[in-house]
Design a protein around this ligand. Structure first.
Ligand code: TXE
Length: 507
């Protein structure tokens, strides 16, 4: 690969449009920072409306090009398989780039790079299995069937917390069904999408099917979501940005898939195996330093188990090894952005102001070896209540608010008393209770005796202010195709156009 951590370091990255790498039209660049030191490490092209126009034009051109439009499903699947192989061969380089750019653990990024090929293979296998239905209309000589067609050009806006994975959730099914994509990565993590473009090119996708314009959200991102050439927008990011994206899409009458934030309830009943449950709570909030949309940041614990679980969480949090993300022993790396660090610090103050009890954490680790990196200790607030700001707002950092509940009715009311509805989890040995919870909770995903267990086969997406639309599985294909209904009258007669026959019998 030409783009590796070493070649990116200190360089100016181009954008990728129509199969070509080039600087932004204005020549502007933006700086990207290493979260372990806070120091700049490369510059990315700062794309503007002009670049977005070019990228959408390239994608539109590819859509019309027989090389893509006329490609059989089997051949599209073959290209996706080839891409999966290339990701596998270059997984280490991709993982190193992600870790350097967003500070996530190298171990985790390696695991992600090992998982991504399977994601592409899954959709490679699906490419030639997308079919319509024959609809049994109640007219004897009429055949009605449906077919799924590509939507067109998809604008994909990606956040910084898991750039390649979040991008893949839309790119793999989009290419599977024959769409073209224009990616706008986060201005904080531009590098991996550009490196990935190299693999897409090498895999043999026609030029223009996959394009990347790096740049700021308010300029390049906004221009993409206002572009009349799009057929759909897939956005992952904060709820407030999601509202702007949806407003732009609404003006263009273009559908959106919005994967926004969360404040997910993660529940422990007194009958649960408390050791397992607490390990679940800890990994649900402290994995990836809490920077995941599904983080179980509201921990609800039933009264009889409350003190023991808080104590176990304290011990568990204090045992977490904070360190450089490339170190094999590290369990918690830095936050990805300086702004996230400030946000977490602000919420520590708000939690205390609102009366939550700081049990552990709440500060940057006092260690010289961590230098100016954006590290933060895993933090547990006990005696939190659902109305406190630490329990209402998405912090997107390693901060757990532990809330006591008495019984199921009490729990469901509190769990659903949130603006969000992305994910949820419950630990209990009582399957009837778990199922009652699964049916009552306002969350797009319910994990029972497990947490944060994603799969490319599992449809996922949020309710309420966590957004709408689904990723993964065949749901992703439904989201990224349009359904056409074809009606054939083979009676040999033409119906009297002035007589409206709605159902019943004769044609
Ligand atoms: O997200 P933004 P930020 C949440 C999390 C975090 C908060 C803010 O709580 O603290 O959002 O993070 C692009 N038009 N999540 O500010 O701004 C932007 O360039 C079009 C949850 O980083 O939403 C980037 O590519 N695009 C989350 C992407 O949107 C715009 C992941 C996300 O950035 C734009 C990240 C605009 N006007 C943050 N403004 C999750 N669901 O996983 C920005 N962007």
């Amino acid at each position: 690969m030409q783009f590796t951590v070493d070649s990116i370091e200190g360089s100016e990255l181009p954008i990728y449009i129509g199969g070509e790498w080039r600087p932004s039209k204005s020549g502007a660049t933006l700086e990207s920072f290493d979260p372990t030191t806070g120091a700049p490490w490369y510059r990315a092209a700062d794309g503007s409306e002009d670049d977005i126009d070019d990228a959408v034009a390239a994608a539109t051109g590819a859509l019309k090009d027989p090389a893509w439009r006329g490609m059989t499903q089997t051949d599209r699947g073959r290209l996706l398989y080839r891409l999966a192989e290339l990701i596998e061969q270059n997984g280490e380089a991709l993982a190193q780039i992600e870790t350097r750019d967003n500070g996530k653990l190298l171990r985790e990024m390696r695991a992600q790079s090992a998982y991504l090929p399977n994601y592409y293979r899954y959709f490679a296998g699906m490419a030639d299995k997308i079919q319509g239905d024959v609809i049994p209309v109640s007219k004897p000589d009429v055949l009605n069937f449906t077919m799924r067609e590509p939507l067109g050009v998809i604008g994909v806006i990606v956040p910084w917390n898991s750039p390649l994975y979040m991008m893949t959730c839309t790119v793999a099914p989009s290419l599977c069904v024959g769409n073209c994509v224009v990616i706008k990565p986060s201005e904080h993590t531009s590098a991996s999408a550009i490196a990935f473009a190299e693999l897409v090119k090498e895999a043999g996708f026609p030029d223009g099917a996959f394009n990347v314009v790096t740049g700021h959200g308010a300029t390049a991102g906004d221009a993409l979501t206002r572009h009349p050439g799009l057929a759909k927008i897939a956005f992952t990011g904060g709820t407030e940005t999601g509202r702007k994206v949806a407003a732009n899409a609404g003006r263009m009458l273009v559908p959106c898939n919005l994967e926004l934030g969360g404040k997910s309830p993660h529940v422990v009943f007194g009958d649960a195996d408390l050791e397992r449950a607490t390990t679940g709570l800890i990994s649900g909030i402290f994995a990836a330093a809490g920077q995941t949309c599904v983080a179980g940041s509201r921990c609800f614990v039933q009264a009889p188990a409350y003190d023991e679980v808080v104590d176990r969480m304290k011990q568990g949090a204090e045992a977490i090894r904070i360190g450089h993300p490339k170190d094999e022993d590290t369990q918690l790396g830095p936050l990805a952005l300086k702004a996230q660090l400030s946000k977490v610090q602000k919420y520590i103050a708000l939690g205390q102001e609102d009366g939550a009890q700081l049990v552990t954490g709440g500060r940057r680790p006092q260690r010289d070896d961590l230098g100016e990196g954006w590290y933060f200790e895993p933090t547990v607030f006990a005696n939190a209540t659902n109305d406190m700001r630490v329990a209402r707002d998405e912090i997107f950092g390693p901060v757990a608010s532990v809330i006591k509940f008495e019984d199921e009715a009490d729990l469901i009311e509190m769990a659903n008393d949130t603006a969000y509805g992305l994910a949820s989890g419950i630990w209990t040995k009582d399957i009837d209770r778990a199922m009652r919870f699964a049916k009552s909770v306002d969350a797009g995903t319910v994990w029972i005796n497990t947490y944060r267990a994603p799969s490319m086969m599992t449809p996922s997406g949020g309710f309420k202010e966590s957004g709408y639309g689904k990723h993964n599985g065949f749901e992703a294909v439904r989201e990224l195709t349009r359904l056409k209904s074809v009606v054939i009258d083979h009676s040999g007669k033409t119906a009297d156009p002035f007589v409206m026959k709605l159902e019943t019998g004769g044609s």
